[in-house]
Design a binder for this molecule. Structure first.
Ligand SMILES: N[C@@H](CCC(=O)N[C@@H](CS)C(=O)NCC(=O)O)C(=O)O
Length: 226
């Protein structure tokens, strides 16, 4: 028996492009580092509300900075992020409630597909500027991720049940209890201590805490093509 893997929880929302960066990097490292990666679909709106924070783009200088920051990070991380044309409508009006409830249901019923469905939703909203709020959009992402149409439709009907709604609430509350004020949040459960890290730019620090080697966002020998 090898050493016991350390558990990492990644709290994310597909409305958050920085969460996408952290998600792809951790998916690349999960087979390199001795870790067990638990994906935790969370509602960013709930985190911001609960912590008294504001969406970063509400500050005009930050909104301008975000565009250039994400363009550079997209190249550096090899994650195809493109800003949606109507950014404010996508982020502030449309939101991600149904998408994140759907991912919660995927995690409950088909956890083996959670990584792929999450990625397909990010590809829609943060790469191709496509909708993620309407049922046909969510079904298209699920099908692209390898889910059968019947499975996807069944899950979509399930998203408005108290079971799924409460699970998403519980996960969001769990992130808040760790001290989250935004996303992505990575919680590293090490042998003697637990650390909460905010941001996709804290993964080098995470490697340090794990005692693992940081080889940049695209470690060699990993197929990063998306
Ligand atoms: N520096 C962080 C920024 C992450 C970030 O801005 N996340 C947004 C959501 S996409 C957020 O929740 N921000 C809250 C805040 O900055 O207080 C990174 O590189 O990942």
């Amino acid at each position: 028996m090898g050493p016991v893997p350390r558990t990492l929880e990644l709290f994310y929302d597909v409305l958050s492009p920085y969460s996408w960066l952290a998600f792809e990097v951790l998916c690349r490292y999960k087979n390199i580092w001795n870790i067990s990666l638990q994906l935790q679909p969370t509602l960013i709106g709930g985190i911001l509300r609960e912590s008294g924070n504001q969406p970063p783009a509400m500050l005009p200088h930050k909104a301008v900075y975000l565009r250039s920051d994400l363009r550079l990070l997209s190249q550096h991380h090899q994650v195809p992020i493109h800003f949606p044309k109507d950014f404010f409508s996508v982020i502030l009006k449309k939101g991600s409630l149904t998408a994140m409830r759907f991912l919660t249901a995927v995690k409950m019923e088909h956890p083996e597909l959670l990584e792929k469905v999450s990625r397909e939703l990010w590809m829609r909203v943060w790469s191709r500027d496509e909708d993620i709020t309407e049922p046909p959009s969510i079904l298209a992402a699920a099908e692209k991720a390898g889910m059968s149409m019947e499975q996807a439709q069944e899950l979509l009907e399930w998203v408005s049940t108290p079971q799924v709604k409460n699970q998403l609430k519980e996960t969001t509350e769990a992130a808040c209890k760790y001290g989250a004020f935004g996303l992505p949040v990575t919680v590293a459960h090490l042998q003697d201590e637990t650390h909460m890290l905010f941001g996709s730019d804290r993964l080098e620090l995470l490697a340090h805490l794990l005692g693992e080697k940081w080889m940049g966002p695209v470690p060699p020998a990993v197929n990063a093509k998306l």
